[in-house]
Ligand binder design. Structure first.
Ligand code: SAM
Length: 255
């Protein structure tokens, strides 16, 4: 599949325009907004990517492929549902720390697969703390896209260390992303946008896309309204800031 997706397979998501009949209702899965990403939670995680059995997560003939897109802090899964029909042969994983929210996404995907047989086989969600376990799930250079849509802003200075873009974590993101892979960020908090872009821009392995490159990427248009948080910001007439970065070649790894 090309960067732009196969135009034959580009189709509108079944769920566009709101909650669908027969799908789980968010009101039964509510959980307080913020979860402490530093605290110890009880998670199952593989000791290394080789130990992960993805066939439990993905349906049918796709199950032996590798995950390529990761939606970090996927919330209620709106982006995964939107991107699924655009890239039907690409496995995408949402990582979500909140148990009820990840349960919702898993139930949503199960219900979509029943309701639309043959579709949504390529998306899955696991409950995990991506700040701790990313390299146990993904090999070096495995991912082609990582999404950070409306990450928790952690406004207080003492909590900035909880922000999901920071120097230490960028080293992990550069590790799991392949060359030319992309990081997509959107937020409605200007201060967080400055934080994310300043950290990414000064990192030697990431280069910001210019406006023309952003326009040429069909995923960019989906970043603003697909996710539940993006829709909430729109309902409240909030502003949104978006930046996309390319994982560039590591000159030290060239022979
Ligand atoms: N991206 C979604 C959207 O746009 O609707 C959700 C945005 S919400 C403000 C941020 C989400 O990231 C929350 O659902 C939160 O539980 C999740 N999250 C925060 N830290 C995380 C972590 N370390 N690992 C996985 N998920 C995390």
């Amino acid at each position: 599949m090309s960067e732009n997706g196969d135009s034959e397979t580009l189709k509108r998501g079944h769920e566009e325009g709101g909650e669908d009949v027969g799908l789980p209702k968010k009101r039964y899965y509510r959980q307080r907004a913020h979860s402490n990403p530093i605290a110890d939670h009880c998670f199952d995680y593989p000791v290394s990517p080789d130990q992960m059995d993805w066939s439990k997560e993905y349906a049918g003939d796709l199950a032996d492929r590798q995950v390529e897109f990761a939606d970090i802090g996927c919330g209620y899964g709106g982006l995964l549902v939107q991107l699924s029909p655009m890239f039907p042969n690409t496995l995408m994983l949402g990582m979500e720390i909140r148990v009820k929210v990840s349960d919702y996404v898993r139930d949503r995907i199960k219900a979509l697969r029943v309701k639309y047989p043959g579709d949504y086989k390529n998306i899955a969600c696991i409950r995990s703390n991506s700040m701790k376990y990313l390299p146990t799930f993904f090999r070096k250079g495995q991912l082609s896209k990582m999404f950070f849509l409306f990450p928790d802003p952690h406004f207080k200075k003492a909590k900035h260390k909880w922000r999901i873009i920071n120097d230490t974590l960028l080293a992990e993101y550069a590790y799991v992303l392949r060359e030319d892979g992309r990081i997509y960020t959107v937020t409605d908090v200007e201060d967080l946008f400055e934080w994310m872009t300043s950290h990414l821009s000064r990192h030697p392995l990431f280069q910001r896309l210019d406006d023309a490159d952003m326009k040429a990427d069909p995923v960019v248009a989906k970043l603003f309204e697909s996710s539940e948080e993006g829709q909430k910001v729109s309902r409240n007439s909030g502003e949104k800031w978006c930046a996309v970065y390319r994982r560039i070649c590591d000159s030290h790894s060239q022979g």
